[in-house]
Design a protein around this ligand. Sequence first.
Ligand SMILES: [Zn+2]
Length: 183
Amino acid sequence: MVCYCDDCQAFAYHLGRADLLNANGGSDIVQVAPSTLTFVQGQNRIVGVRLSPKGLYRWYANCCNTPVGNTLSPSVPFVGILAQAFEGGAPAVDEATGPPIGAILGKYAIGEPPAGSTGLNLSLILRAIGKVLAWKMGGKAWPHPFFKREPREPIYPITVLSREQREALRPLCGPQPNAQATG
Ligand SMILES: [Zn+2]
């Protein structure tokens, strides 16, 4: 699905990777089960950031600031991968996963919100919940690419943005960005 929320936009700007957003500020997210995602090299480059103390864990490689997965807490087994971060971009990923089946939070989209992105997309939400439950019951929650099972804590270092840092990103995001990206 494509997420237009201002947090996903803020994350991209925080990394200096607004180039990964689509023309309307959207992030093309592929949801996968934790146990199906493994890193085979460069793990020493993985770090996480939270936009607020309770925000998503947003993981990235700190060499090139490439997002490598968004997660909730370890108890909610799903990883959202940003398709645009892959070689070949979203079109290449679409070949494997199929095209996005919907869009959410279009009220934060830059410019005209894409069709169908602003309402409550119940079928998309139910589908996501169904996947998470199936992965939980089906034993696909562990091993997790970003969390230890015992004790349940992040494998990689985390930073949490201060309110000031978060607020500084806000003007770049949302329907009427009033500042230009830097970096
Ligand atoms: Zn989002």
